[in-house]
Design a protein around this ligand. Structure first.
Ligand code: PLP
Length: 413
């Protein structure tokens, strides 16, 4: 069966990118440079005193740890009845402050940038200031004249809502039907206006964009096209190098860094991929993971139609319990940016997400949300590509720490 037939049949598939190019060759042609990612990293740093105080944290650094999950590895080896060469690492973006998901990178970053630009233009903030002054009432009054809007399946809305409301902005989140009730409740409890649609993610984004255009004081966070979101995510990829060095891990040809990233519209995994590429060039191999019901990025890349094709066009329904990945049409901006950098994409069935959840929970006592487990199919899928090598596998856990106890119990069941 050819690829599209397999996607239509909702079979799990691996697509290996035939257009991969060495990083050095494509870098000169890219419109986003390493300096841009470093500038984003520095902006995060300026905001550390604010984040620390505003969210009552031990540190204002928006970063997550990397765990080695040996017990999971043993569980999985036992399940599949064979040894896995290499180490398995879990990147804990489920624990990121503010949003409890990878959206704490991109979503938070874009709002910080808007706030900083507005305050500097107004002459009430300097880059050299201690940014915790942003908690003063006069800043809230100032930011309150502006509205931030976003369309989301849940987590992006949560991240934008939490950071924007803390700064004092008015916030409107346009939620797709996939969004979980607890996410809407949490936002409303924080003074965020939530508008619900009986439609999917693309519609929520479209409505948000339209509403925002009506108001000159409104900023729309455009998940499908935003370079700032992308930069916020890219910082996470770049930071991995230092973290792994601290763990004594230095990937090379025989020990490549193989990273599995759950993908929705593409901004999160795309940005992280780019940061990783800047740090590791061709030693890092990135694969995106999507539900069999919503393989939008795979479809866009494989057909080269990017945002001009959706999973509905091949008869799929975009219905999945991986709510964070329920996106039918990928970002055209991200797809085109990464088309020669990504190693491949694969799909995962909803049932498998729960299988991996059980495995991770029983072996490591770690709970992450279903979307976050999509990458766990990667090891078996790419096995033949790495025979004779001993990779460092990174499963990028993209969300989960804010899931309420009662929802956890349901999911684990
Ligand atoms: C948003 C999200 C992703 C994917 O990010 P995109 O930018 O939509 O591709 C993955 N996992 C979780 C939990 C998410 O919330």
């Amino acid at each position: 069966m050819d690829l599209i037939e397999n996607l239509k049949a909702m079979n799990e598939v691996l697509w290996v990118n035939p257009d991969y190019e060495p990083f050095e060759k494509i870098y000169p042609h890219l419109e986003i440079k390493k300096e841009d990612v470093i500038e984003a990293k520095e902006r995060f740093e300026r905001f550390e005193p604010f984040i620390k105080k505003a969210f009552n944290l031990d540190s204002g650094i928006i970063e997550s740890k990397i765990d080695e999950i040996d017990d999971y590895k043993r569980w999985y080896e036992n399940e599949i009845g064979e040894k896995i060469q290499g180490k398995i690492l879990l990147k804990r973006d489920d624990l990121l402050p503010i949003a409890g998901s990878i959206k704490g990178r991109g979503g938070v970053y874009e709002v910080l940038k808007i706030a900083e630009n507005l305050a500097i233009q107004q002459g009430i903030l300097n880059r050299e200031d201690d940014y915790s002054i942003l908690l003063e009432e006069r800043f809230k009054d100032f930011f309150n004249q502006f509205t931030i809007q976003v369309g989301s399946t849940g987590n992006l809305g949560l991240s934008i809502g939490m950071i924007s409301s803390r700064l004092g902005f008015s916030v409107i989140v346009h939620m797709s039907k996939d969004a979980k009730q607890w996410k809407k409740d949490m936002l409303r409890a924080n003074g965020v206006k939530v508008i619900e649609y009986e439609d999917d993610y693309s519609k929520a984004v479209e409505m948000g964009r339209m509403e925002s255009e009506k108001d000159p004081n409104s900023y729309f966070i455009d998940d499908e096209n935003s370079k700032d979101l992308f930069l916020g995510y890219a910082v996470g990829g770049l930071n991995v190098k230092e973290q792994l060095e601290d763990m004594g891990i230095e990937p090379d040809e025989t020990h490549p860094l193989v990273v599995f990233l759950p993908c929705g519209v593409g901004g999160g995994p795309g940005g992280v991929l780019y940061g990783l590429k800047l740090a590791y060039k061709d030693i890092v191999h990135c694969y995106f993971a999507e539900p069999t019901h919503s393989p939008s990025m795979l479809l866009g890349l494989a057909t080269k139609k990017h945002n001009e094709i959706s999973v509905f066009d091949i008869g799929l329904d975009n219905r999945t319990c991986a709510d964070g990945l329920a996106v039918g049409r990928p970002s055209g901006f991200v797809g085109k940016f990464i088309e020669n950098m990504i190693h491949g994409c694969f799909t995962v069935s909803d049932e498998k997400l729960f299988y991996y959840l059980k495995g991770l929970y029983s072996s490591e006592n770690i709970f992450i949300e279903p979307s976050s487990l999509a990458g766990f199919n990667g090891i078996s899928f790419t096995k033949d590509l790495y025979s004779g090598k001993s990779p460092y596998y990174i499963m990028w856990a993209t969300g989960g720490s804010l899931v309420p106890e009662i929802e956890r119990v349901k999911l684990l069941k």
